[in-house]
Design a protein around this ligand. Sequence first.
Ligand code: 9MR
Length: 461
Amino acid sequence: MRLTAKSVALIPAIATVAAAAIGATLITTPVANAATTLAAAAQQSGRYFGTAVAAYKLNDSTYTGILNREFDMVTAENEMKMDALEPNQNQFSYGTADRIVNLALNQGKRVRGHALAWHMQQPGWMQNMGGTQLRNAMLNHITQVATYYRGKIYAWDVVNEAFADGSSGGRRDSNLQRTGDDWIEAAFRAARAADPTAKLCYNDYNTDDWSHAKTQGVYRMVQDFKSRGVPIDCVGFQSHFNSQSPVPGNYQTTLQNFANLGVDVQITELDIEGSGSTQAQNYSRVTQACLAVARCTGITVWGIRDTDSWRASGTPLLFDGNGNKKQAYNSTLDALNAGGTTDPTTSTTTTTTTTTTTTTSNNPGNGACTATVSLNQWNEGFVATIRVTAGSSGLNGWRVTTTLSNATVTGSWNADRSGNSGSVNWTNVSYNGNVPAGGWTEFGFQGSGNGSGLNPTCSAR
Ligand code: 9MR
């Protein structure tokens, strides 16, 4: 049975039963009067409805008219990617992105930040980098950008498209991946330190079908991050659908299974190629799937009119080239007006607290250690990565002392800290105290001022 706004208003008990069947603590939100815009309809169940926006179209009054009227969340289509924001190393260019962000915030809309780290649309200077140099450049980019936009971003796509297509279920090869498997968690920790208020998301495509290896690979990563306290709050499902890649029958299952890991889920780049009633039904199905999952907090379509789409020939959006509402618009609006389930815990950003699994270790004794620093300094600040290397008998815990003569720590990851300037002590957290003989682990921090002369020393504890 398909619930319309009217029928749900008449029989709210049906929605309650449906919610109970999902098995979570849910508040149902039957709707009395159908809303007439996508945003207003989504808001009835505590969700948002967003669109990708291109800055160069902001002078088109048909475009901005629809944007202002229909949407309450905005994603910059290209303007907040790495190449746009940091065209030269350590020289940031926020002007075009700010046109979008300021327009959104001035109209009471929110912003999804897209994207802090991605193997594509990297600036030229970054494309041929590797190793520690690239890792630090990435962390610096994340730190700078997330700090600049602190307080203005609802959610960041911290890492975009890091998993491989096909049957491997593993990571995609890229210059970022070659800096080490931990690049994704390092990115999330740096983003959290820079902006503790934004939700931090992993975002990908072809992760909609629960049975696909890529979906499973991302799921395992999120599960692992949650178990080790890596700060992840949400998973974005881009949801680019066409005849080769249709809306899978188990789409809602996928959203629900991820949500069950304790993260929000969001549909982040929705477009569905096609036309007429088939397209309208597909949009309706996707919308209903989100509304049925309490922690599906919103839907963003990847453009406004068909002619604005990166896949314009597939006419995949909700408005035609003249800005008229399509059948798909109406079916989406109806589905939103039918109401959905919400999870009261998702209405505010939650800061992830660290819960950890103990790393198993076969190195019972304490041993000496050494600490080395890799520093990425720019005019007013720096990111320092400290590597702790165990001596011949391994470590059960470690302490590092650094000297910050002309600097102040503003955020850190993978270590506990006492103080933020002068002589600063760092100790292992529960998941990285055990280091086998000759092995190493890393922690990091960013600071303001001059990070030279840190002179780290290490001892076992
Ligand atoms: O829509 C974006 C298009 O204008 C760009 O040319 C393209 C370049 O990679 O990126 C498009 O947006 C992508 C998004 O950032 C990530 N997911 C896939 C989107 C479509 O390619």
